[in-house]
Design a protein around this ligand. Structure first.
Ligand SMILES: [Zn+2]
Length: 134
């Protein structure tokens, strides 16, 4: 199922990040981001932001898997696309995941705004991801 989303960092105006195509609901992409923070990135947020946002400017089919599948390092690379609070909806994003210093923050759209659906501290317990799936 292609629930689309955005992996982003917070800005003063909202957020900036990259597209993610598959399974971007909390029990999919949210759970995967949470896991990768502790395993692939060993709780190093800056390396995670670089590895998931800066190094793959055309975004992701999925970050799941050994190295994930992006749209920029494929045989037919796509152009970079910067997703923000202004255009993420036009890319079909139903969820935005902010990689913040202290927490993984999930946003969901409401009319023309992005509202905070959940704020999950990195130093807390892993939540029940299914509670946010719609
Ligand atoms: Zn790439």
């Amino acid at each position: 199922m292609s629930t689309r989303g955005t992996v982003a960092r917070k800005t003063d105006e909202g957020f900036t990040g990259v597209y993610h195509h598959f399974d971007a609901y909390p029990s999919g992409l949210g759970r995967e981001l949470w896991g990768q923070y502790f395993t692939n990135y060993e709780s190093d947020l800056e390396t995670m932001q670089k590895g998931l946002i800066d190094d793959h400017p055309a975004g992701w089919s999925t970050i799941d898997g050994d190295s994930g599948r992006c749209y920029c390092h494929s045989r037919t690379p796509e152009s970079p696309a910067v997703l923000t609070q202004e255009n993420a909806r036009s890319y079909g994003s139903e969820y935005v995941y902010l990689l913040e210093d202290s927490a993984l923050v999930i946003l969901s759209p409401s009319h023309s705004k992005w509202l905070e659906l959940a704020r999950i501290p990195w130093d807390g317990n892993e939540p029940d991801w299914d509670q946010w799936d719609s």
